[in-house]
Design a protein around this ligand. Structure first.
Ligand SMILES: Cc1cc2nc3c(=O)[nH]c(=O)nc-3n(C[C@H](O)[C@H](O)[C@H](O)COP(=O)(O)O)c2cc1C
Length: 176
């Protein structure tokens, strides 16, 4: 097991979890998960997602996984809600920011909003993520994002191994 990179995922409907598991399988990385202490259900649960984004709220969470500070890089995998970072991942970044090492970001979305999520994470951390990419839910579901995620993971791994300076990059698609 590679202890240099930790993938931390929040997923509401399971797509981001699939992406995170794929990346862990491709690179032999470790997975940690952000879990909401107040689960979302039905239409009100979905509205709460939107309100969390519009109001930039920090819903209560717990984190299940190894300590992020024990790793050289953490890859954050999260959905986009109402063009923003999903609230539970916002809560995780705020709670763990003092312990987070270099961060890379993978946004999972219908079509747009990833750039806002990366900018918010940079703002919360006070530093720019090492690199970032985005995949659409459709690309995640049909598996067509696999090659791009492999390349992204390899870039994260090599930046980790070489300690080289890697400029923030969006490797993805037309989606932003
Ligand atoms: C409340 C809500 C708001 C969303 N807003 C956006 C959005 O602004 N832009 C977008 O591209 N996708 C949006 N989506 C789609 C999700 O980002 C997409 O379905 C993602 O794959 C969900 O990931 P998950 O299955 O890991 O929860 C939204 C989904 C929900 C539930």
């Amino acid at each position: 097991m590679n202890k240099n990179v930790l993938v931390v995922v929040y997923s509401y409907t399971g797509t981001s979890l699939g992406v995170a598991r794929l990346m862990c399988g491709q690179q032999n990385w470790t997975l940690g998960t952000v879990v909401e202490t107040r689960p979302r259900r039905g239409a009100w649960g979905t509205w709460r997602c939107v309100l969390d984004s519009l109001l930039h709220r920090h819903p209560p969470i717990r984190y299940e996984g190894p300590a992020p500070g024990d790793f050289g890089t953490v890859v954050l995998v999260s959905p986009i809600w109402a063009l923003q970072l999903a609230g539970p991942m916002r809560s995780f970044v705020v709670r763990e920011r003092a312990r987070l090492p270099d961060v890379a970001v993978v946004s999972v979305m219908g079509s747009r909003g990833a750039a806002n999520a990366v900018a918010e994470i940079a703002d919360l951390l006070g530093r720019t993520p090492l690199m970032a990419t985005a995949v659409t839910a459709r690309e995640a579901e049909d598996g067509s994002c696999a090659a791009r995620l492999q390349a992204f993971g390899t870039a994260v791994q090599s930046s980790q191994t070489s300690q080289a300076v890697v400029r923030p990059t969006t490797l993805s698609t037309e989606a932003s």
